[in-house]
Each structure stands twice: as C-alpha cells, then as structure tokens.
Design a protein around this ligand. Structure first.
Ligand SMILES: Nc1ncnc2c1ncn2[C@@H]1O[C@H](COP(=O)(O)OP(=O)(O)OP(=O)(O)O)[C@@H](O)[C@H]1O
Ligand SMILES: [Mg+2]
Length: 355
C-alpha cells in the first residue's frame, strides 16, 4: 500500500462523483512494459506491478516480441497485483487500459485482456491515452495544479500546457525523441544494462564522468527540436576515435538538454505558468532535473518531478486517468475500444480538468 498521494483538486473532483471509494484496475502495455495497477477514487495506489521485456545487448524492442511478452506475463502480473492490493476481482468497479498511442500488437494484446476482464466482471471499460496518463500521474504524485508540462519518454518529446480543455503542444521534436537519441547512441557504442529495457540510466552514469565539452550541432527551430543531426554528429566523432566516450556522452547530454531547456524556458515565459511538471521515463535524467530547477528558479517557478517508479510506464497511471475520465462521464463501449496507435495527446478532451 502506498497511501494517499497528491493533488487535492483532482481527488475532490473524483470524490464529487463517488461518495464511496471505488477501485479501478489499469493495464498499461504500449511498448516494452506490461504494467497493472489498482488505484482508488481517492488517489490511493493499492498496488502497481510491472514486467518489462529486456532486449538483447545492442537491440531495441520488436513490436511482435513485446506483445508476446505481454500475453505471456499478463496473468502472473494480474495475480501479483491483486495479491499486493489484498482485494478480490469482484471489488473492482472499473477497468482502464492504454488504448494508444503505442505499438499496434502490444496495444491489441492489452485491449483484449481489458475487454475480457470488464465483460467478465460486468464493469465499465475506459480507454486511456498513454501520454495523458503520464501527465495525470505526475500531477497526482506531486500536487502540481496547472503546470507547464515536459513530457519526455521513449516515444515522446513534447512541451505542453492545459488550455481550453486540452493538453496543447507548445513544442515537440520534429524527428526522434531526446530519449531515443541517447538510447541509440548508447546502444551503438555498446553501453548495456541487463536490468532495464533501455540503456538510458547507464548513459546518464557515463555522461556524469565527462569533463571536456566537444562542440556539437544545436538545433532548435522556433519551439520545435531536432535530435537526429546531433546523434549522427556524435556517432561520427565516436568513430573517429579521438575522444573519450565519457566526454562524448557528456557533450551530447549537455547539448540536447540545453535545447530542451531553452524551449521550456520560452514556453514558460509565454504561458506565464508558475509550475513546471517533468514527467515520462526520461524525467529520471538527473542532469535535466538540475538544469530545469535552475531555469525554474530564475523565473520564480516551481519544478515538480514525477515520483521515481511512476516515471516510466506503469499500470497505476492508467487506472488513475481511467478514474478521472469515468468521474467526468466518459465510458468506452466495447465497440469503441479499438486501439489507437497514433492517438495524439491534443486530440483528447480533458473533461475532468478546469482551465
Ligand atoms: N534513470 C534514467 N535516466 C535516464 N533516462 C532514463 C532513466 N530511466 C529511463 N530512462 C529513459 O526513459 C525512456 C523510457 O520511458 P517510458 O517508459 O516512459 O517511455 P515509453 O513508454 O517507451 O514512451 P512513451 O511513453 O512516449 O510511449 C527510455 O528512453 C529510457 O532510456
Ligand atoms: Mg510511456
């Protein structure tokens, strides 16, 4: 049991529709991780279990293999989640699932499991947008109310803010994500950690040992970003063999993070927000946290960082967002529960938030 956490405003909103505390089970499975969480309408996280596919050294995730992984482990993860929460399936009032965006085969596996559970238990089903879920989980855990949002994960690099009932995109990558830029570089140079699906954390560690800055291309276009030229240039320098790997990781990291911080600073000035929320798996990057903290303090804004285990994909974020949507009257009928691999965050009406 993790106990009640977070954003009072959101909890009040949920309480307004449920006098009684209800429980939602959320299933996440857009990419490498199959996660199942159980959350209450008061924001209590009763359980959050996950099992991630770890690809072999130098390799990324193959969609079909990831979906096979999810179907193999789903039963076991479900059992562990119910045991951890200490509840029976009949105690659940709602099933939520990650409907998109994500890898098609993985999404279909999760949707099938969610439909089966909701039908068997005779409870409503809610399809949740994965990016919205990363944001709502960040808000719940940190208490951020109306922040500028940096949503940085394996598949997403976006700077957003809530405006007129949607999370609007103020800036984003035009090509690969920053997390992907670091992961691909790390894989190409042989950095590997058998404990995680990606080399992001080990890249972070090596970069922290670098001392000499090597100039690299810096590409900000208005409010948008590009990382593929930076990746190619850094790989070329690595292959020339004239620089220490630590210095190359350090220089790549400093350059890319400065680009993100520049766009975030401009978005902060433009929107006049008082808070910044950093969410998604890449939020764990320590150097980014410190760069954003100094930028925020220069502007008198407060930086909130999503809590550790809830940064990367998890089932609790799907359950919590399912509850928020349910509380504002949203339901997903079985016929409407087809997966949406390209579902953009700004297509989702945020019916539970005040703007
Ligand atoms: N400790 C860490 N330091 C730096 N980066 C990290 C750390 N932990 C995870 N990451 C990075 O976070 C990313 C994974 O995040 P997440 O699980 O949220 O992404 P995703 O689900 O693949 O993408 P999306 O949410 O856009 O679909 C990877 O690129 C990984 O390298
Ligand atoms: Mg994610």
């Amino acid at each position: 049991m993790y106990g009640p956490i977070g954003a009072k405003g959101q909890r009040d909103l949920v309480l307004a529709f449920a006098e009684q505390e209800i429980l939602c089970l959320g299933i996440e499975g857009t990419a490498h991780t199959l996660g199942i969480g159980i959350v209450s309408s008061r924001g209590r996280i009763l359980a959050d279990m996950k099992d991630s596919l770890i690809p072999p050294p130098g390799k990324g995730i193959h969609p079909r293999e990831a979906s096979q992984h999810h179907s193999l482990v789903a039963g076991r993860v479900l059992r562990r989640t119910l045991d951890e929460a200490g509840i029976k399936p009949k105690d659940l009032s709602l099933i939520a699932f990650s409907q998109g965006p994500g890898l098609g085969p993985c999404l279909r596996t999760v949707a099938t499991a969610a439909r089966a559970l909701a039908t068997f238990l005779k409870v409503p089903l809610i399809g949740v947008n994965h990016i919205v879920a990363h944001i709502e989980m960040g808000k719940l855990g940190t208490g951020a109310k109306d922040p500028l949002i940096l949503m940085l994960s394996g598949g997403t690099t976006q700077i957003l803010a809530l405006a007129e009932g949607r999370y609007r995109v103020f800036g984003e990558t035009l090509d690969i994500t920053i997390a992907n830029c670091f992961d691909v570089f790390a894989r190409e140079v042989g950095l590997y950690d058998p404990k995680t699906p990606w080399p992001g954390p080990v890249f972070d560690e090596v970069a922290s040992k670098g001392k000499n800055y090597i100039p690299l291309p810096y590409t900000v276009k208005g409010m948008d970003l590009q990382f593929s030229g930076l990746l190619t240039a850094t790989l070329r320098k690595y292959r020339e063999g004239r620089h220490r790997l630590e210095d190359l990781c350090y220089s790549l990291q400093e350059t890319a993070l400065a680009m993100v911080t520049e766009v975030a600073e401009r978005a902060l000035a433009h929107t006049g927000k008082q808070e910044i929320l950093l969410t998604g798996g890449f939020a764990r990057n320590k150097r980014l946290q410190s760069m954003l903290a100094s930028m925020a303090s220069e502007h008198g804004a407060r930086l909130h960082v999503v809590q550790g285990d809830f940064a990367t994909d998890n089932g609790a974020m799907i359950a919590w967002t399912g509850l928020l949507a349910y509380g504002s009257g949203i339901r997903t009928e079985i016929e409407e529960s087809l997966v949406k691999p390209r579902w953009r965050v700004d297509q989702v009406p945020v019916t539970w938030a005040e703007t």
